[in-house]
Design a protein around this ligand. Sequence first.
Ligand code: CIR
Length: 260
Amino acid sequence: MAEPLFTNAIVRLPAPSLRDGLTSVDFGKPDYRKALGQHIKYTETLIQLGLNVKVLPENNLYPDSTFIEDVALCTPSFAVITSPGATSRRGETDNMRQVLSEYFNIIEEISLPCTLESGDIMMAGNHFYIGISQRTNNAGADQMIKILENHGMTGSKVYLGKMLHLKSGASYLENNTMLLSGEFFGNKEFEKYNRILVGDDESYAANSLWVNGKVLVPDGFPATRKKIEEAGYETIIMDVSEFRKLDGGLSCLSLRWESQ
Ligand code: CIR
């Protein structure tokens, strides 16, 4: 399966309300100004990697809305608006149909009581792994799998233990290679891949992001960076400390796709 060439991305600027975002970690409140600077660097990096990036304005009503990955899935031929499992995030999908209609003729939707956040979706070629988590329920995954199958793609479920989202602990780096935290390393679903294990002390770096041949790795996780480089990838280190305070990682900050 050929690697995708991402052509487009959508990001949403963080809002001052970011400090009220959901979190399970105790790293303190994010600094809005610092977060904004980190977000700008992230956007610039995507542009340097060849993507056409649409920057949406901040939405102060929704503290977590900068984690735009969770509210849609974008594929080369269609998009899906999701149904966030976190009640405080449900309204984030409100204007997504309008945003996505600039790029997609076909826009599907997941609806309640089905829940699904795209941090739980990991694309590997035409197959999509879907995490069943506190945010994504079985019905949401079933609905997404049906949509994918209607469009000639496939999906399968992965049950999560302690991770927030599937991609909090697993990233597909293309070239049949997966970066996996301990929770997923032994999972039979991923046995067919070349697997890179992320140590428990660096588990945050399991959310690294392949973009057009390079791998974006969060700053501060040298052992994981080294393993990724030893596997043959060039890495780009990104400081996303302020988003980490809210359980957010590199993938969460954008929707990315290859347009047809
Ligand atoms: C949340 O708990 O929903 C946000 N604070 C973090 C979302 C991270 N998104 C992702 O992993 N795709």
